[in-house]
Ligand binder design. Structure first.
Ligand code: GLC
Length: 423
């Protein structure tokens, strides 16, 4: 029986015979915290009660670049059954553009409700290809109680951070906390390492790897210095295991009370301050430190976008779900359940949110100043560029090469990827 007759049968049996066709859409309902059961149940319940359709959730790997690999395969095969609605990383829109449904007609009235830069990220040649789901930018988390205990201030520079981390790590270990570490971050060879590396490099005024005009800028002493600094952390203030950490592994260590500092995205704040968190009430959040006194606070811009596969056989139903997941109620639920920062501006003044998360409005300025990865500049080559960056960074962290050699080799690789121009 094909899906049209199934839909007809359902309608007749339900005694509500009409022309509305019941489709079942496939979508991903996951964030860093894995499948967020409460949130997924909420959107399923809404979709299935507010529309005639049904939804099935699919599971995908957590790492952004691994997810991308799967979508690239699905789209290369023009597979209309694999997925209808999904979240695209902020850096994928240019890469996936031609496989994404043009949403312009369906969502153009929504534009003014969203952060303008996030909305514009998803507009390609005047066509809206995705709607911002939530915003991300890198932040430094710290243990307020421990800084007070050891008479230290939140670190202004990476040099301060390294000194304070060494001192407090030693002191805490001397109190019997043998597994205590100064700093955790995302050191695994995946997209998150590109994000962390861009922060280190840019904080030392080492540029943004590939500049907005397409110039490859990575081969400079400041960039080398930044990578060497991070390599020095591994095995000293950061566990060697950090080279296998993504966001959630970092959060697990920090939230368990086993690290003084953590680099992560905004979602970690609400979770670390949650009822069951061992560090509840002890967590501070601040901008990523500067690279030396002359450096700057540099946060990588992240975030995810709801998009519909252009090969979907259920586009009308997928659009209905897209409207549900991007509305204010859903974004509030996602914020409270997963900690993800809304992409709708009005929620930053929402009384419910302010009552339980008065920190949120301060994040707005961090989002506004965050540094994009070179996705627009490198166009369809971005995933190759990012792979080269994360591998080079990983090699420095693991001691296989030095910052100086890595940035020279990386420049060479990026030139080969670029060819005559980025396309
Ligand atoms: C977060 C960001 C995303 C980034 C990823 C890296 O999910 O929102 O943009 O690519 O982290 O792990």
């Amino acid at each position: 029986m094909n899906k049209y007759s199934t839909g007809l049968l359902t309608a007749v049996l339900a005694g509500t015979f009409n022309l509305a066709q019941a489709d079942t859409i496939k979508m991903e309902c996951a964030g860093f915290t894995g499948i967020n059961k409460d949130y997924c149940a909420y959107i399923k319940q809404r979709f299935e009660s507010e529309t005639p359709h049904k939804v099935n959730f699919i599971e995908l790997p957590q790492a952004s670049n691994e997810k991308l690999g799967i979508f690239q395969q699905v789209f290369a095969a023009k597979d209309g059954d694999a997925v209808d609605l999904f979240q695209a990383d902020t850096v994928w829109i240019g890469l996936l553009d031609k496989h994404l449904m043009d949403l312009t007609e369906h969502v153009k009235d929504m534009e003014a409700d969203f952060f303008a830069s996030a909305w514009q990220n998803n507009v390609v040649d005047g066509r809206v290809k995705a709607v911002p789901a939530f915003l991300d930018s890198g932040m430094l988390y710290y243990r307020k109680d421990l800084l007070v205990k050891y008479d230290e201030q939140p670190p202004e520079t990476w040099e301060d951070l390294t000194r304070i981390a060494n001192k407090i790590q030693l002191a805490e270990r001397n109190t019997g906390k043998e597994g205590f570490w100064g700093m955790v971050f995302q050191g695994k060879a995946y997209e998150g390492l590109t994000c962390d590396a861009l922060e280190w490099i840019s904080s030392y005024n080492g540029g943004s790897i590939v500049e907005p005009n397409g110039d490859i800028s990575i081969n400079n002493p400041q960039a080398a210095k930044a990578l060497n600094m991070a390599a020095n952390w591994v095995g000293t203030i950061s566990p060697k295991g950090v080279m296998g950490y993504m966001e959630e592994e970092s959060r697990a260590v920090f939230q368990n009370g086993d690290a003084l500092f953590m680099r992560n995205w905004p979602y970690a704040y609400l979770l670390a301050q949650g009822e069951k968190s061992p560090v509840k009430g002890k967590v501070g959040v601040m901008p990523i430190p500067k690279g030396g006194a002359d450096g700057k606070h540099a946060a990588t811009l992240g975030g995810w976008q709801w998009a519909i596969s252009d090969y979907s056989n259920n586009k009308a139903a997928a659009v209905l779900m897209l409207k549900i997941v991007t509305d204010a109620d859903s974004q509030k639920k996602l914020f409270f359940m997963g900690g993800n920062s809304p992409s709708r501006i009005a929620l930053y003044d929402d009384p419910d949110i302010l009552a339980s998360a008065p920190h949120l409005p301060a994040f707005k300025a961090v989002f506004a100043n965050a540094i994009p990865r070179p996705a627009s500049a490198t166009k369809r080559q971005y995933n190759r560029v990012s792979n080269a960056v994360l591998n080079a960074t990983y090699n420095v962290l693991s001691g296989v090469t030095t910052g100086e050699k890595a940035v020279a080799d990386l420049e060479h690789r990026l030139k080969r990827i670029k060819g005559r121009q980025w396309k």
